[in-house]
Design a protein around this ligand. Structure first.
Ligand code: HH2
Length: 279
């Protein structure tokens, strides 16, 4: 969907599919301790060189069964990295998104110059909408659908019509944001692949992604390395690049504006070819 997403002081043009590179600052993604931040910084710089159009920094794992992280620990993981990355990201016009569910982390991230808040709870936490609506900077927000909580979300997976339920949920969250006077050009929606969904549900959402695009907001799709790719290909998590790139292309072909990926270089190349064909 053509248009521009307002990301604080930066603007992200959506006239072509955009690639969001994942930077996890969690002990299960990198070795623990003081090396964590340095490893994450080096990784983020590589993703910038690989052509990421935006970065998504996360200090709390939301994988199925993941343990909760304290506010303090999340702040200590995210803020130093955000501050270190700001100058080079600003220079390259690459907004930094912070993946968090906590209003205090949202506020601190916005104060430190984040351009987007990516919330897998779609601002349902108490005070989350106010943290965005009351911010001095017009940051973008990604509203994602999730059924249940990360710790238990894969245990009770049941929908009559997963696509209809996700569309209804996202419409309600859009309305909540618009009622709080968060401008339309700051909103992104995401069906939340893998969050309380089986392979069957994820494929239905991908196949019928146009119904989510029809909400009229840019759609973000995150399928990279997820279990669904593993089930379809039979590959382990670190061997799902080709499957993930195929999923990203399938999402973009159905109207996704942004794909959230681990393998930026490969996805950027694939999208360049896809676009050259379409142009
Ligand atoms: N997926 C993960 C985390 N955040 N945010 C959005 N908007 N959409 C997603 O699909 C999404 C997300 C989980 O991905 P992963 O990077 O594999 O795990 P984690 O970041 O929890 O370590």
């Amino acid at each position: 969907m053509p248009g521009t997403l307002t990301c604080g002081a930066l603007r992200l043009a959506l006239d072509a599919p955009r690639v969001m590179g994942v930077v996890n600052v969690t002990p299960d993604s990198f070795s623990d301790g003081g090396r964590l931040a340095n490893a994450a910084l080096a990784h983020a710089r590589k993703l910038l060189d690989d052509g990421a159009h935006l970065l998504d920094i996360g200090g709390e794992s939301t994988r199925p069964g993941a343990a909760a992280v304290s506010e303090q620990a999340e702040l200590e993981r995210v803020l130093p990295l955000l501050e270190a990355l700001r100058p080079e990201c600003d220079q390259r016009n690459v907004p930094i998104s912070v993946d968090t569910r906590k209003p205090a982390v949202m506020r601190a991230a916005i104060a430190a110059g984040a351009g987007m808040i990516n919330d897998v709870e779609a601002l349902r936490a108490s005070g989350a909408i106010d943290a965005i609506a009351g911010a001095t900077s017009p940051v973008a927000v990604c509203l994602m659908h999730m059924k249940g909580e990360p710790a238990t979300m894969q245990q009770f997976v049941d929908y009559d019509d997963v696509v209809a339920e996700v569309v209804l949920f996202l419409r309600e969250r859009i309305d909540a944001c618009r009622s709080a006077r968060i401008a339309a050009d700051r909103l992104v929606v995401d069906p939340g692949f893998g969050f309380g969904k089986t392979v069957h549900h994820n494929l239905a959402l991908l196949r019928r992604l146009e119904q989510i695009v029809a909400l009229g907001y840019p759609v973000l799709a995150g399928l990279s390395r997820k279990a669904t790719i593993g089930v379809i290909t039979g590959r382990a998590v670190d061997d799902r690049v080709a499957g993930s790139v195929a999923a990203a292309l399938a999402a973009v072909a159905r109207g996704a504006s942004i794909v959230r990926v681990h393998d930026v270089r490969e996805t950027v190349d694939a999208l360049k070819v896809w676009q050259a064909v379409n142009d």
